[in-house]
Design a protein around this ligand. Sequence first.
Ligand code: NAP
Length: 281
Amino acid sequence: MRTIKLPGGGLLPQLGIGTWYMGDAASQFEPEVGALRYAMERGIRLIDTAEMYANGGAERVVGAAIKGFNGVQREDLILVSKVLPNHGHFDGVMEACNNSLRRLGTDYIDLYLLHWRGSTPFQETLDAFETLRSSGKIRHFGVSNFDLSDINEWSQCPGGNALATNQVLYNLSRRGVEWDVLPNCKKRGVPVMAYSPLEQGRLKDAPALSQVAERHGVTPLQVALAWVLAQDNVVAIPKAVDHAHIEQNIAAQNIALDRADHALLDTAFPPPKGPSRLEML
Ligand code: NAP
């Protein structure tokens, strides 16, 4: 598993697994727990979740998956969770984090993110993150859905340079961040976490992806993921419950796209020619 250095020390695996829509249906709880365990057995160590997903239900799925699972030591896992912007004030962050810890059944969250910008001044959220870090409840903190001006504003706050990641929408059909967000994060040494790297499956019928997939004997979505994984300073967190999907996503790490593949994909999904509004899902 390839890794990227975290600015505060430690390593971030380049491939993780997402959990949006997990925890929504009681009938799916066991298959979802099984999927996360299967992913961990197959070497996945990075799990992304959020208090928002199924109102804490996804965190409960993660908690159940890691509880009593002997395959992985807690210290080898990187658990990412996110606080909602309307909980971004000091007391709100404290309470949200305690609730997430309880649902996850763990003493600490490795990476705690502000899910997107809200109305609370950044400094107040930052102070709360620093307090959680000093008390050991989180190891690192970061942000999500931040555009360039948000990153600049956050970084100018005292303590704001301790930014471990910016999690943003990034895949072949959403390349706007290549213009400014990605280069800026790279310059700061902040890894970017690409969410919805498969565009939630919608990329599967793209002819250019099928063409490249055929050359490599893989699926179009594996190519879409391989393309994200080929980007510098980028981590991808595809969500998958189907075990075959998990397997394919892990195998996508071994797909080496060549110049001809990149040229074809760049023609079908052109890189940005200027700044654009940050896209979100
Ligand atoms: P995604 O990872 O792009 O796509 C997930 C969908 O693709 C699921 O329906 C999954 O099906 C399917 N899939 C996965 N691997 C596949 C494969 N190899 N072949 C075919 N289908 C495959 O979308 P996402 O869930 O929106 O994004 C990933 C994670 O990013 C989320 O789960 C969440 O943790 C995070 N996220 C963060 C934000 C944010 O605002 N920070 C926003 C969106 C997402 P099965 O489940 O049936 O296997």
